[in-house]
Design a binder for this molecule. Structure first.
Ligand code: PD2
Ligand code: ZN
Length: 304
């Protein structure tokens, strides 16, 4: 069932304020995939919060049977199409319990279809994980987050980690890992951003967010100018975290524990360029020990 994301909230409040019939709004939501009771609840809530506005436009609080002429005039002027629910493309990663990824056999531990999330074991060997940590340990800088309004990288409190970026294919070791990841993600290596290593100390966390650039925010254009939108993420765990530090998907009720060499993949843009709000995710606070991850973000086009 679709989630009540920002587009749906906007659609509900706009149509309620215009005095649309409750029944037709509920029908539209049910057609888009909402359960009847969820649609009824959402529409009733929307009318509850817009009674004053409706009364101003249409001089009635509930126009379920037929919109008044004032509301009809407003209806003609404003778009009322329901937002499209995210359509899932075919499974983004090859089928099977073991995937041959460039130079390594990788095991599949879990697959979720909605949102598209896959958990892997054995993406990196313990030696490769150790090598990535040792290369990065002395070069870490406090992590930043993209400011959606400006596109600038800001240090903010909801991301308590330190990180470092590697250029794609910057040496033979990194290139082999880039190629393995691209093969596993089933996406061209040229579309990948450089690898990012992140380190979280005790209590470190990354609060829930989307990895894609919010399309309605001016700052996103700066980031999408090179390679377009992000389409999928692979987070690889470089160490075992004794307690906490899971990657969580609160809308889907999923949580993935950090096991050395394992990884979680998630896909959030489909071939129609829709974005999946169920991929809201975060890094839970580290409760014991520390946490090292390596992240690959894939773009819709070559990231040159
Ligand atoms: O640390 C994580 O598990 C995590 C979770 C979600 C990292 C990121 N997102 C990220 O770097 O985008
Ligand atoms: Zn993320």
């Amino acid at each position: 069932m679709p989630v009540l994301d920002a587009a749906w909230q906007e659609w509900l409040s706009t149509n309620a304020a215009r005095g649309c019939a409750m029944g037709s709004m509920i029908d539209a939501m049910v057609q888009a995939g909402f359960a009847v009771d969820a649609a009824q609840q959402a529409v009733h809530n929307a009318f509850g919060s817009s009674v004053a506005k409706v009364a101003k436009v249409a001089n009635v609080a509930d126009t379920a049977a037929a919109p008044t002429s004032a509301a009809s005039a407003a209806e003609a002027a404003l778009p009322q199409t329901a937002p499209q629910a995210y359509r899932y493309d075919d499974a983004p990663v090859a089928r099977g319990n073991t995937i041959h990824a460039y130079d390594r056999e990788v095991q599949v531990l879990m697959r979720c279809e909605r949102p598209q999330v896959i958990v892997f074991a054995n993406v990196l060997s313990p030696e490769e994980c150790g090598e990535m940590i040792e290369r990065s340990r002395h070069r870490l800088k406090r992590s930043t987050t993209v400011n959606p309004a400006t596109g600038q990288e800001d240090v903010i409190r909801n991301r308590t980690s330190e990180g470092i970026w590697y250029q794609r294919g910057e040496d033979a070791f990194i290139e082999r890992i880039d190629r393995r990841i691209a093969s596993l993600m089933n996406w061209p290596v040229e579309n990948g951003e450089g690898l990012q290593i992140l380190h979280y100390g005790p209590t470190g966390e990354y609060q829930p967010h989307f990895d894609y650039f919010p399309p309605d925010q001016p700052g996103s254009a700066v980031h999408a100018a090179r390679g377009g939108q992000r389409v999928a993420t692979l987070v690889i765990y470089l160490n075992d975290v004794p307690d906490g530090g899971e990657t969580i998907f609160p809308e889907a009720g999923l949580s993935v524990a950090a096991q050395q060499g394992g990884a979680v993949y998630f896909r959030y843009m489909n071939g129609q360029r829709q974005l999946d709000p169920l991929t809201l995710h975060g890094g839970a606070p580290v409760l014991a020990g520390d946490k090292w991850i390596m992240t690959k973000w894939m773009r819709e086009r070559a990231y040159g």
